[in-house]
Design a protein around this ligand. Structure first.
Ligand code: FEO
Ligand code: CA
Ligand code: CA
Ligand code: CA
Length: 595
């Protein structure tokens, strides 16, 4: 019989952990355990993980590498559900011992295909608030790899820009790449952003689009371009393969027979993720960032309204909501004189980095709103379209998420070492070579589907005891946890913001972590560190369940800067990684609950 669950998440903030320390740290009164690790069995028949016995077939049936977005969609009854996770990239140097044997390297490059993509895994628990367990071989379990079929939807699907020799219809793409953050829709599907997809291709920068998206002709870390025509941009018939990545993908974890989709209507860029809310008039709005220095903030507004019915017909309709609608990009205008934005982070005379802004249409009623570009071109070469309309160059928008009750939108701008070089400071990106990043709070002025907004900077991140100026919504800096490089954002049922970070070891010399930030009352802006992840890892996910007294995070790339022979981390088991004595870190989903 399970002990009654502890609800609520009271905690005393942990002390920041130095960047050389390899441990997972939670507040007093809490305990942690991995829910699933790289290589754990997902599909029926998957072997138990053994780091020296890896194979493409085993990996395709096991949990993938470098989990980033996670959610658990809980079934009615509360004791079962499905965990959905994505797998952003691989770290070959800590997955395998060094080798120069061409046959072995080719075999590994097939494992890299199987280790990326997404996983769906059924989970069970004994009581609400009790730790979850995975169900290997569960009925809804799935793995999506770089060879799994995805259906293209939206105006660019089937267009000339996405046709290849292997897919002359331009409607079926094999695989998903670089999946970073994500979001769960009100109709129970999971969205995931294809981010750094250019890195998997060797493509000469022969076009303005290829140059703008960072394609280059050079050997890639996975080596696919040497044996799979799809990843060689010079291969006749496959010049458009790269146009088939860089989208928001949607997976329906409740229907194991469903084909996942890629939504061209939401544009193609280095999608960090997408988070959906339902506007006042019932249309759905997806907020999205393009995570590149100096790139843009976007939103999509659906043509059709959400069907609030509970039957399968309603769900079927909602699954099409992201296929038709209009795409907008943001322009921010500050309300203080430019002379007061001196690049140091010093507040302007009016006491706030704030102003107004507008959403500029890139498509309108399904047609192009950008002179000289077709709608297909706008949706495939979205960065080029946004360049033409005067969007604001941002400090790397990562996760962008609307608050579930206030509707205010929180934008994590993770950092921008080139602010002041490629673009001058402005009131929305006010620090030169912005090392620690900031968080913007955006209020829609005309409702979620409208085109005008107000904004202000909620947090200028950093270590308040260091030299850089910081700001925490007016809360005394001396009383907050140091925080740097905000990446993912989430909310708890009490309305607090939670932020996970990626990059603090190289800035404030602390391991990355998870932080709670109240948004209302006297504690507004009081950043409190909840947990710290192991050496070299970034904190992803996160899932905050106050009602269960539980937090889950994805621990991505632990020990990334070490080697197979000399691992920097042995997270999460801190022992041998499989049947032999080889030891290596394993990216994992971790659950933290009140002891
Ligand atoms: Fe994969 Fe933008 O972080
Ligand atoms: Ca101002
Ligand atoms: Ca991220
Ligand atoms: Ca990041």
């Amino acid at each position: 019989v399970a002990a009654p669950a502890a609800t609520g998440l009271p905690f005393t903030p942990i002390a920041p952990v130095d960047a050389s320390v390899d441990s997972f740290v939670v507040p007093e009164g809490y305990t942690w355990a991995p829910l699933i690790r790289w290589g754990d069995p997902v599909l029926a028949g998957a072997p138990v993980f053994d780091i020296v016995a890896q194979s493409p077939a085993a990996q395709a049936a096991q949990f993938g590498y470098n989990n980033d977005y996670i959610d658990i969609i809980v079934d009615a009854g509360g004791l079962t559900g499905v965990l959905v996770a994505n797998h952003e990239y691989v770290n070959p140097d800590i997955m395998f011992a060094p080798s120069s044997d061409p046959a072995e390297l080719r075999r590994r490059s097939e494992i890299y295909k199987a280790a990326q993509g997404m996983s769906v895994v059924e989970v069970v628990r004994d009581a609400p608030g009790a730790p979850w367990r995975t169900v290997p071989g569960g009925r809804r379990n799935r793995r999506f790899t770089v060879d799994s079929p995805f259906a293209l939807t939206g105006p660019a699907a089937g267009s000339e820009l996405v046709r290849t020799a292997a897919d002359p219809e331009g409607r079926t793409v094999l695989g998903t790449l670089g999946n970073c953050a994500g979001g769960t829709t009100p109709w129970g599907t999971v969205l995931s952003g294809e981010e750094n997809f250019n890195g998997y291709f060797s493509s000469p920068a022969t076009t303005p689009s290829r140059a703008r998206y960072g394609f280059r002709q050079r050997p890639t870390s996975t080596g696919w371009e040497t044996w799979d025509k799809r990843f060689n941009g010079a291969e006749p018939g496959y010049e458009n393969e790269e146009h088939r990545f860089g989208y928001i993908v949607e997976v329906d974890p409740l229907d194991p027979a469903s084909t996942p989709v890629k939504h061209t209507a939401l544009g193609r860029f280095k999608h960090e993720g997408a988070n959906v809310s339902i506007a006042e008039d019932g249309r759905v709005v997806a907020y999205m960032g393009d995570d590149e220095r100096g790139d843009y903030l976007y939103k999509f507004v659906s043509k059709h309204r959400v069907n609030t019915g509970s039957g399968p017909g309603a769900r079927k309709q909602n699954l099409k909501l992201l296929s038709e609608g209009d795409l907008f990009v943001a322009r921010f205008t500050g309300d203080s004189p430019a002379s007061e934005i001196d690049g140091s982070g010093r507040l302007p005379q009016d006491g706030r980095f704030d102003g107004t802004g507008e959403w500029i249409a890139l498509t309108r009623k399904g047609e192009s709103a950008v002179p000289g570009m077709s709608v297909e071109q706008v949706l495939v070469h979205t960065r080029l379209a946004a360049d033409l309309v005067g969007a604001t160059k941002m400090d790397r928008c990562e996760d962008v998420e609307p608050h579930p009750t206030t509707g205010r939108v929180y934008i994590a701008c993770t950092n921008n070492s080139r602010r002041g070089i490629d673009a001058p400071v402005d009131e929305a990106n006010p620090r030169l070579s912005n090392r620690d990043g900031h968080v913007i709070e955006l209020v829609e002025s005309e409702g979620q589907g409208g085109t005008r907004f107000a904004w202000s900077i909620l947090l200028l991140c950093g270590d308040p005891s260091g030299a850089a100026l910081t700001y925490f919504a007016g809360f005394p800096p001396a009383m907050v946890s140091p925080i740097s490089c905000p990446d993912n954002v989430a909310f708890d049922a009490e309305g607090n913001l939670w932020i996970s970070t990626d990059g603090a070891p190289s800035t404030i010399r602390k391991n990355d972590g998870l932080f709670k930030v109240p948004l209302e009352g006297p504690d507004r802006g009081r950043v409190q560190q909840f947990l710290s992840v192991p050496r070299d890892a970034e904190t992803c996910g996160p899932i905050i369940r106050v009602e269960d007294g539980m937090v889950l995070v994805a621990v991505q790339h632990p020990g990334e800067d070490g080697s197979f022979a000399a691992p920097n981390s042995l997270f999460p088991d801190y022992g041998a990684s499989g049947a032999g004595t080889a030891r290596a870190p394993r990216p994992s989903v971790v659950q933290v609950w009140r002891a």
